[in-house]
Design a protein around this ligand. Structure first.
Ligand code: UD1
Length: 419
């Protein structure tokens, strides 16, 4: 079993670089199979989610070459093989292969997605969109089959009942090779959607409006090769800015696109966090007194649900009481009992998290129940007195590229042990 062991209380300073966006790259990789020529992605983070998706590419006959942060995929020998449940369930975002296989072949046989346990995470919007584009959805044992019966997908007018990042991207991917025009209304507006649209357009797709609530896709006959730079990970950036404010004595978080973090930075300013926003970096000073604030998550450009847990340890440092309401994933509260075990005054009540800041934390044995909870525990452990042992760290390694090395470079006493 692998664990992370942290001894808190060390002064952290220096620079911490942000890698390419996980939520972007997990869609960019499946989207590459829409092309019939090689595509290179630059700025690919070193994550187990990426390794798992590359395994799926190989299963489909795609030649992959990875060199440092570049990944080249040659889909010219693509074959439409079923992706088995045990592969698909390794990460939720593998469902983007549903859209790309369907777009390319009009047929996909795939297992059902997995991912962090944040309560029920249906994929009904994805399936409704595929159906609107002319696919039929059936089930065969533990596989799902999406099929157009040999026809090309047909452009359609789709209204998303709920704002969904995944369903918006998956529809965009599938519709790129459809016949005619697809309009997605009530689309999500996350920066990762723009990143995927840029890749697809550079491959030859005709997508307009990505980043707004209405996206129009005019289907094309084929897509070709290109080279694409993945955007910086805004969630990793926000996580490290919060960590720097909690335990840093002057930390510069680099490779940051500030425009993607405005609602988050505004919250930190409300708390009294002192930082200097530079062109592509944020310098976080050593903090004095901080104020408790309330957080309510919402779709982009609102406060990201993915940053709620990473911010929680910093909130525990602030003076006063506050509450956190996650309107996207109400069950995203698994970090609460773990932080309480470390001495935090924090609990859940009526679908909200209630906290009182100012109580010192002490080291404990805790469990990283999901990816962002894991980051919260790392930050809390760096703040705490004594040693913390974090288990179930696979979740953390799914989403934070080289996190151990990056924190060691700041002076943190953090090690990964494999027992
Ligand atoms: C993406 C992000 C995840 C982030 C989430 C919300 C990726 C790989 N993951 O997840 O990190 O926390 O956005 O910003 O990009 N819903 C339905 N039916 C569906 C799809 C979604 O009801 O078919 C609901 C979900 O349960 C949730 C809400 O819509 O309540 C938003 O989910 P969605 O934006 O789809 O999240 P993901 O794309 O899974």
């Amino acid at each position: 079993m692998r664990k992370i062991i942290i001894t808190g209380g060390r002064p952290l300073k220096g620079e911490i670089p942000v890698s390419g966006a996980k939520n972007s790259v997990v869609a960019l990789i499946p989207a590459m199979i829409l092309a019939d020529e090689p595509i290179t992605l630059d700025g690919v983070p070193d994550l187990s989610d990426v390794a798992n998706l590359v395994e799926m590419l190989s299963l489909l006959g795609v030649k992959v070459n990875r060199q440092q942060e570049s990944l080249t995929a040659d889909p010219s020998g693509l074959v439409n093989r079923p992706i088995p449940p045990e592969m698909i369930s390794q990460l939720r975002a593998s469902y983007y292969f549903y859209g790309s296989l369907l777009g390319r072949f009009g047929y996909a046989k795939v297992g059902l997605p997995g991912g962090c346990d944040l309560g029920p995470r249906p994929i009904d919007l994805h399936l409704k969109a595929f159906e609107a584009l002319g696919a039929q959805v059936t089930y065969e044992g533990d596989h799902m089959i999406l099929s157009t019966g040999g026809r090309r997908l047909q452009g359609a007018h789709i209204f998303m009942d709920t704002v969904s990042v995944g369903a918006t991207i998956n529809t965009m991917i599938a519709a790129s090779l459809a016949q005619g025009r697809t309009v997605i209304e009530n689309s999500a507006r996350e920066p990762e959607i723009i990143d995927v649209a840029i890749l697809l357009n550079n491959m030859g797709a005709r997508i307009r409006g990505a980043g707004t609530a209405v996206i129009t896709i005019d289907g094309v006959e084929r897509l070709g090769g290109t080279r694409h730079q993945v955007i910086p990970d805004r969630i990793e950036a926000g996580s490290y800015i919060a960590l720097a404010a909690a335990v840093g004595e002057g930390i510069c978080v680099t490779n940051v696109l500030y425009e993607h973090l405005e609602s988050f930075i505004a919250k930190l300013e409300e708390m009294g966090v002192r930082m200097i926003v530079k062109e592509d970096a944020v310098f976080v000073e050593k903090q004095e007194a901080l104020r408790a604030v309330d957080i309510s998550t919402s779709p982009y450009p609102g406060f990201a649900t993915d940053l709620q847990q990473p911010l929680t340890p910093l909130l525990l440092k602030a003076q006063g009481r506050g509450k956190i309401k996650d309107t996207i994933y109400e069950k995203r509260v698994n970090h609460v009992p773990e932080l309480a075990r470390m001495g935090a005054e924090i609990s859940t009540l009526g679908g909200q998290i209630i906290y009182t800041g100012g109580k010192p934390l002490s080291g404990a044995e805790v469990r990283a129940t999901d990816l962002r909870a894991g980051l919260a525990l790392i930050t809390a452990a760096l703040m705490a007195d004594g040693q913390t042992v974090i288990t179930d760290i696979e979740h953390i390694l799914r989403g934070y590229s080289n996190i151990i090395e990056k924190l060691q470079a700041l002076g943190a006493d953090i090690t990964l042990v494999d027992e």
